[in-house]
Design a binder for this molecule. Sequence first.
Ligand code: SIN
Length: 501
Amino acid sequence: MTVEHHETDVLIIGCGLAGLYAALHIDPRLRVLFVTKENADTSISWLAQGGIAAAVGAGDDPELHLRDTLEAGAGLCDEAAVRVLVSEAPREIEILRRMAVPFDLAPDGTLSVTREGGHRHSRVVHAGGDATGRETVKTLAAAAGERDNIRFWERSFFAGLLRDAERVTGAYVWSGGVPCAVSARCVILCAGGAGRIYSRTTNPAVATGDGVAAARRAGAELKNMEFVQFHPTGLYEERMPSGRAFLISEALRGEGALLLNAAGERFMAGRHELAELAPRDVVSRAIAREMTRSGHPCVYLDVTAKGKAFLQRRFPTIYAECAARGLYIERDRIPVAPVQHYMVGGVATGLYAETSLPGLYAVGENACTGVHGANRLASNSMLECLVFGRRCAAHIGGGAAPRGKAEIAALPGWQGGGDDTEGERAAIRAVCDRDAGIIRTLRGLERGATEMRGILDALQARQTHGRDSLETLNMASAALCVLESAAGRPESAGTHYVTGA
Ligand code: SIN
């Protein structure tokens, strides 16, 4: 099959917040090409509810934001990166306001700020009540659409990085059913997370670990892959055929919602000084234990102390989604259980999103800047996309970066699609659910890694490489990184909790 050749200056993989914000800060003399499997409104960022953390409220300070981030990260944050994150946060919010992101305002016209888990101050700004991701991405996507230097290839599948001996030189992409080799001065991976390696996740179907897997195949350094964040409160539904759990934002607890067990008793008070607002890993483990102890498949979130009008205004998305399921949250307790939510680790990057491979940057969930340590503080992820997206653009600059000589070689057995790997996907999810969940054992992790190697080998031996099997290959690769990294850390830290059993 013939491979079409294309050229750009900056190639961005993924069309969520990280990619859009970076693109809008790139020197407009450079040509930017987005390659995205679907489009902006199917990105992980689009679904973000809670908000963006920034010390913009009265009495708050970046130093206090730093302290909470370090504490949530369980001693494993890169402090220099966290300093950059928290000190640049207020400026990013200001830039977004100038770009007309419709943040919610308090009656006095200042930004409305709330609390989430692990925050000792109200510092989470939000938009559309509980639709911060959607409102932000919508605004930035519209701005990017107006730029002459930015082009989008939607419904195009990124199949792997191109590199020569020195640097990354572009990527293989399937676009309109045609295999393309796109040469670029640099590639920014903004491909999001890998939540689909678990059977229950808040992530959309596109979260198959494509960025991390491609970076690994190209030889980039990965970091902290053992840390997988489970959100304490995914809406619990007995049947969840799509595998996507609807998120019940932590902001509900920020506004006073309480966690109750099946007997209607609070169980977080006394376990942590912040009770329901303890860091996510602490709350998720407490819920998991409560579920095991009681044999009940979920716990409950009680926000009935708030009135209907407040809940409809402050949490319109959550209110409507629950009502569509016959749950009226001013009256009914919400059944919730922990679900996979965020990959804390990823492609190792420096303070300007640069990876270990020249010509390759990574921003957002598929990157590991070190700001999250072993457990991400709530609402620091959209912030990380902004801060490191802008820094990445600054690092790329406007000059003519050297362009390497791409070694164009077709992937073995490239085809237009039509393959079906649902059996392998189910096997990947079963191993991750069993061995790489909230509570792990070293023996389980080693067993899981061995099984995952077998799945990956079998997938690699297949000669069908349509979108479905390439995604599945990426899932197996990301899952193996999680299992191997976790097996290599015998002690518990943050989201990586190991018991002796
Ligand atoms: C939430 O709204 O609870 C999620 C926010 C986040 O993941 O930081």
